[in-house]
Design a binder for this molecule. Structure first.
Ligand SMILES: Cc1cc2nc3c(=O)[nH]c(=O)nc-3n(C[C@H](O)[C@H](O)[C@H](O)COP(=O)(O)OP(=O)(O)OC[C@H]3O[C@@H](n4cnc5c(N)ncnc54)[C@H](O)[C@@H]3O)c2cc1C
Length: 304
């Protein structure tokens, strides 16, 4: 099936980057995991449409921004990965609105709006993903969340059809977004407010300093592994179980932040997933709380 899907692609019409058996460790912040059978990085939205037209209707599709909330199992992805990083147009509109394509890095959006005296996006400065990932997960920090700023989104389906949608078409909650099936984000129009560049840039500086003091920013990780349960913190519960520095293979619970799992250099996706399970099971046993994962896990295990 995969070979047929590839054969159908008229590669001379494509302007993006097409690879086979691409190690997803290169595209995820944990720097671990298996390969994608097919990996495509479209040059722009028009190129993405051409690529989607070339795929068979049942080709499994996976969308990846900067892979900062993603674990790809060691057996890899038996399908096609669309990597959005070249969909990176950023346009400043009237009424303090900004249209960002999904490959724009969230910290870049925070800085570029701040520089133009637009305020409200500063919270994204330390979230090392893309606008697409922030939309898919309702990324948030410091009391702000992505969808609080969404005026509308633009989506694409596997037939390559584009749509504009209002936030009302989505169910949005803490780090969770549900919308029409088999549609992915390609851009969003976001509402900012008039602000002052120096104040916003100063805020960003302080947010980033706070992060590097409290998070293991020097070692591969994927941010918070679990969502915070109502009225509590996952990190507090994990630390209270004495799990800091617990390791499986090369994956360890961070000493600096108990809700972060770091790759000390040799972790496999299997090590990371086993550690995630160990942490969840221990917290359940000792506190009676079932932690819900924030990170997305995709792909097949080594022995599947
Ligand atoms: C050091 C560190 C700190 C972090 N701090 C925070 C934080 O404070 N707050 C927070 O919310 N998160 C945080 N994160 C997690 C992560 O950065 C965010 O969730 C980010 O928004 C993910 O974006 P991404 O582009 O990396 O998404 P990816 O990891 O590439 O993808 C995540 C999910 O989104 C889907 N997706 C990606 N693009 C699209 C698209 N265009 N359309 C549809 N689905 C798509 C993917 O299929 C996948 O299921 C942190 C991560 C790290 C490593």
């Amino acid at each position: 099936m995969r070979v047929l899907a590839m054969a159908a692609i008229r590669t001379n019409e494509l302007r993006g980057t097409l690879r086979q058996d691409e190690p997803m460790a290169r595209h995820t912040s944990w720097r671990a995991g298996g390969s994608a059978k097919v990996f495509y990085q479209p040059a722009d939205i028009d190129d993405l449409i051409v690529f989607l037209h070339s795929l068979s209707a049942d080709e499994p599709l996976y969308w990846v921004g900067l892979g900062s909330n993603l674990l790809v199992r060691d057996g890899g992805l038996n399908g096609t990965v669309i990597a959005t990083s070249n969909l990176n147009r950023l346009d400043f509109l009237e009424n303090h609105q900004v249209r960002a394509e999904v490959g724009v890095a969230s910290p870049k959006l925070a800085r570029e709006t701040a520089k133009r005296d637009l305020s409200g996006m500063e919270f994204l400065c330390g979230i090392p993903g893309t606008v697409g990932g922030a939309l898919a997960l309702n990324a948030g920090a410091l009391g702000s969340e992505m969808w609080q700023r969404v005026v509308s989104v633009e989506t694409i389906n596997r037939q390559g059809q584009l749509q504009h949608r209002p936030p009302a078409d989505y169910q949005i909650s803490y780090r969770h977004v549900e919308g029409p099936a088999e549609e992915w984000f390609v851009a969003a129009t976001l509402q900012t407010e008039p602000g002052e560049s120096s104040a916003s840039l100063d805020l960003i500086k302080r947010y980033l300093a706070r992060r590097s003091a409290t998070q293991p920013t020097q070692l591969p990780n994927a941010g918070s592994v679990f969502r915070n349960p109502p009225d509590d913190y996952a990190a507090r519960l994990i630390e209270a179980c004495g799990l800091k520095n617990t390791c499986v293979g090369g994956a360890c619970v961070s000493e600096k932040h108990a809700n972060f799992i770091i790759n000390t250099g040799t972790a496999t996706a299997g090590d990371i997933e086993a550690l995630i399970e160990r942490v969840a099971n221990t917290v359940k046993r000792e506190h009676g709380i079932a932690l819900v994962r924030e990170v997305h896990i995709v792909g097949e295990g080594k022995d599947d």
